[in-house]
Design a protein around this ligand. Structure first.
Ligand SMILES: Cc1ncc(COP(=O)(O)O)c(C=O)c1O
Length: 463
């Protein structure tokens, strides 16, 4: 017997007894039910309007229910919903690949469409490994990543990531092929009085030492987020860092993999975050802003030299999933990307990013519990501290980030606070990633509501 009161989409309650059968992220509470959206707003079943200041987890780059994308999905659904890639290609997949890598940005020439960020990272790791097997360097089995990073929750991607909290219960299941070095996180990792150049040199020396310790000829790739996302909160690298990384990897014959699942597809003001570093990867993972949440899609982008090596060798990438190149997902992503182009949204992200940084600085620059304001484009974060001078975090048990999230939601604001900013346990930050279609007045409202939520949450600590 069905316990459902009504069909999905009716807006009515989900279950008669009020108990949700969804295994939610928290087993202590059921989140509000989102039933609609328009622009930067989400609407709950109770009729509340919530300002979406983080696009979920930096996903909804065009906001909600964008008419162009909804129309594209309707057209695609009416034409072809699914065809297995073991038998067929599809028009949306071909067009999306052309759109993304047709002009070979940074040498990236092929696209492999999957269903999300973790799958994109898994594909990147496996392609790196297979490439070396095919070119006669099968001894390259190791990967170097960074602490305080996140590359996804599937076991390969989780092993690559350096998010200690996410990894902890699964460590015995995670591959020992992954080593982790210090992140380029100046606020916490640069020493007192250390110049930016000296910090970069120290990080480069550490990476070089990691190659030497592992044996440079055994390393397949270095993987990093050009702008670190949710784990540390919009951390940009110091000038010259990624150039130094690229040079070291080149010298040792290892590949560079950039994970732009969160920071890519325009989020920082250029289509790829690496454009602002002047360093392109050999393989790249993208997701979130690729499809803007209208469909579940991620992609691995690979350079011509890697794919050509496979073509000359076994003739196939030895990987695959049932929903590769899903036509509905590719159609949605194609329309999202065309909209970003047609509406000059990258420029808009740069302009709005400047405005957001300015407003955050005005509101929090002198706040005694905000230690750092950082990020790029519409990808910015504030880090909360108990003591600014000492950069001392709040007691982790106070779970300040969760208090901020709750206080923000109570004020009609969805933002993305996380804990463990410093080491996986200590530190709290709030990440903002508003839709590219936001207006300056939306940003004003985001900062105003966030300010009030942060003050409420901090006041509640110790109560
Ligand atoms: C940088 C990065 N890589 C990978 C992932 C995993 O993506 P997904 O959650 O779509 O599997 C995320 C998700 O937050 C991410 O931020």
């Amino acid at each position: 017997m069905s316990t459902s009161d009504s069909a999905p989409g009716s807006g009515a309650s989900v279950a008669r007894d009020g108990a949700s059968r969804v295994l939610h992220r928290s087993l202590h509470e059921t989140p509000p039910v989102a039933v609609g959206g328009h622009g930067v707003w989400l609407v709950t079943s109770e009729g509340r309007e919530v300002l979406d200041a983080s696009g979920g987890a930096a996903v909804s780059c065009l906001g909600h229910q964008h008419p162009r994308v909804i129309a594209a999905l309707r057209r695609q659904a009416a034409q072809l919903a699914y065809a297995h890639t073991g038998f067929f290609s599809s028009e949306p997949a071909e067009a999306l690949a052309q759109e993304l890598v047709g002009d070979e940005p940074g040498g990236l020439a092929y696209a492999y469409f999957v269903s999300g960020g973790s799958e994109a990272v898994e594909a990147a790791l496996k392609l790196a490994r297979q490439y070396f097997v095919e070119i006669g360097q099968a001894q390259r089995t190791r990967f170097i990543a960074r602490r305080q990073s996140y590359h996804g929750n599937t076991l390969g991607a989780l092993a690559a990531g350096g998010n200690a909290w996410r990894r902890a219960p699964y460590v015995p299941m995670l591959s020992a092929a992954f080593s982790h070095v210090t992140p380029a996180f100046a606020y916490h990792e640069a020493r007192d009085g250390e110049t930016e150049a000296a910090f970069v040199r120290r990080l480069a020396d550490e990476l070089e030492a990691a190659f030497d310790r592992l044996g440079g000829e055994t390393v397949a790739a270095f993987i990093a987020e050009p702008v670190v996302g949710a784990t540390a909160g919009c951390v940009t690298a110091p000038t010259g860092y990624f150039r130094a990384v690229r040079d070291i990897c080149d010298r040792h014959g290892a590949l560079v993999v950039f994970d732009e699942v969160m920071c890519g597809m325009g989020r920082t003001g250029t289509l790829h975050a690496w454009e602002q570093e002047g360093v392109a990867p050999d393989i790249q993972a993208v997701a979130k802003g690729l499809g803007g949440g209208f469909q579940a899609i991620g992609a691995m982008l690979a350079s011509r030299r890697i794919v050509d090596a496979l073509r000359r060798g076994s003739g196939a990438f030895q990987h695959g999933h049932t929903y590769l190149c899903h036509p509905m997902a590719c159609a949605a992503a194609l329309e999202v990307q065309r909209t970003i182009k047609d509406e000059a949204l990258l420029e808009r992200v740069r302009t709005l990013g400047g405005l957001l940084a300015q407003r955050l600085t005005e509101r929090f620059g002198n706040h005694r519990h905000v230690g750092d304001i950082r990020g790029r484009g519409l990808f910015q974060a504030i880090e909360l501290v108990a003591d600014r001078a000492a950069k001392r975090p709040f007691d982790a048990d106070a779970r300040l980030h969760l208090r901020v999230k709750k206080a923000a939601l109570a004020r009609g604001l969805a933002c993305y606070p996380s804990g463990g900013t410093i080491d996986g346990r200590h530190g709290d930050h709030v990440l903002l990633a508003p839709p590219y279609i936001a207006n300056p007045s939306d940003l004003e409202m985001i900062v105003e509501r966030l300010g009030a939520a942060v003050d409420d949450a901090i006041a509640s600590v110790g109560r």
